[in-house]
Ligand binder design. Structure first.
Ligand code: IMP
Length: 402
């Protein structure tokens, strides 16, 4: 039996946890990066030779010249966006097409889905979800209704001519050579012992089944979504790393038990640069919610935690962690499914002293201020999952590996 070299990276909050940085860090030693669900609602800001670029579909692993990237069957694919990303990366001198594979089973996002997404939001009025307006939900709707068009269908010119306009037909021509049976490819590389990184998109609390429904995205954002989205068995994932910020943010509407008041939110937003990579929207900010994090740990079967943006908490006099919810006068230790309950919970808070000296740029555990170590150790002990990475700044090397 070949030794498996697989690792999954998933968001343990509402997305935007800084998965891109951890993926980028690990990708150096990886042969393949696989994107499994969601679509161009996700966004990675990457910097190449001083130029800033945001990719929404192609994994940031593409920046490493030996890494191959796979867009697997669970992704919903806007081929126009994909072509734009390929061309932008090629302009930076990267050889993309030889290293990118697109699933023949991935469902397409077409202009009609984007229109429907926008109209759905307008019709919901003040109950809108706050989607990214990229057509994600409607494309998954058509998939589940069994009326979707898949990337593989585009290889048949008659189908392509029927469903695509001129602009999309051109894009289909460009990506056709990349379309392949990724499910076979992925299983082949996994069982050959290649180093494969499965990259989740969004976060556990936006999961269609287990998140804050209906304020969620339309796919399974947990490790289960990686399995179905890539077409692999549950025993193929060896390590599952959950990414959480040292605090928590959310874009879009929906309940948020540990949300800061406006003043504190504004402070963290500015310090942490908390604006959406896809839509530019200001992110809502709060203090770390351990009930939600434990929910994410169970949903994903996390083996490791990566805690990002610790340095954003530098300079705070006092820190808070939400350690429990109180509902109708009783302490509860689960993440309620019912939105009314989730909106009604009162946070039970534990207060920690501020770090006193800065953590920014720290690359060794021993160099962290004692109060930062205590803060991290508390999270690890409460969650029962090893903290493997601590990120202390935007640079790849501003990371403590434990
Ligand atoms: P949709 O995925 O565009 O349908 O949006 C549904 C909800 O998920 C909205 O609240 C979005 O803001 C949120 N969302 C979708 N993708 C991301 C992401 O990559 N990061 C953070 N939030 C996201």
């Amino acid at each position: 039996m070949t030794k498996l070299n697989t690792v999954a990276v998933v968001g343990a909050q509402f997305g935007d946890e800084g998965k891109g940085k951890i993926v980028d860090l690990i990708s150096k030693k990886i042969d393949y990066v696989v994107r499994c669900q969601g679509g161009n609602n996700a966004g990675h800001t990457i910097v190449v030779r001083g130029k800033k670029l945001v990719t929404h579909l192609i994994p940031s692993g593409i920046l490493h010249p030996t890494v191959k990237c796979i867009i697997a069957s669970g992704v919903v694919l806007d081929i126009k966006v994909l072509v734009e990303e390929i061309e932008a990366l090629e302009k930076l001198g990267l050889d993309v097409k030889k290293r990118l594979f697109v699933s023949d089973r991935a469902h397409l996002i077409l202009p009609k889905h984007i229109d429907r997404d926008k109209n759905n939001e307008i019709s919901k009025g003040k109950n809108k979800i706050g989607t990214t307006n990229r057509g994600i939900g409607p494309a998954y709707e058509d998939k589940v209704a069994r009326i979707g068009i898949r990337a593989g269908d585009l290889l048949d010119k008659t189908v392509a001519n029927k469903v695509l306009d001129k602009e999309y037909l051109k894009c289909a021509e460009i990506i056709s050579p990349l379309i392949t049976d990724t499910q076979s490819l992925i299983n082949d590389i996994v069982f050959k012992g290649k180093k494969v990184l499965f990259e989740g998109a969004q976060g556990a609390l936006l999961d269609i089944d287990h998140g804050t429904y209906p304020y969620v995205t339309s796919s399974n954002t947990t490790s289960a979504g990686i399995l179905t989205g890539a077409g692999i068995g549950p025993n193929t994932l060896k390590t599952i790393i959950g990414i959480t910020k040292a605090y928590i943010t959310r874009v879009g509407d929906g309940p948020f038990p540990s949300e800061y008041d406006d003043k504190n939110a504004e402070k963290i937003r500015e310090k942490g640069g908390e604006y959406g990579a896809t839509t530019g929207r200001p992110r809502r900010c709060g203090y770390l919610d351990l009930v939600a994090l434990k929910h994410a740990i169970l949903l994903n079967g996390l083996t490791d935690l990566a805690i990002t943006k610790l340095d954003v908490l530098d300079g705070e006099e006092q820190l808070q962690i939400l350690i429990g919810y109180e509902l109708n006068g009783k302490k509860i230790n689960y993440f309620p499914a019912n939105l009314k309950d989730l909106k009604a919970v009162k946070p039970i808070i534990k207060t920690f002293p501020g770090f006193k000296s800065p953590t920014a740029g720290t690359r060794k555990w021993d160099k962290l201020p004692d109060n930062a170590k205590k803060y991290l150790k508390y999270i690890e002990k409460e969650c029962g999952v090893k903290v493997k990475y601590v990120s202390t700044g935007p640079e790849r090397d501003d990371t403590i590996i434990l």
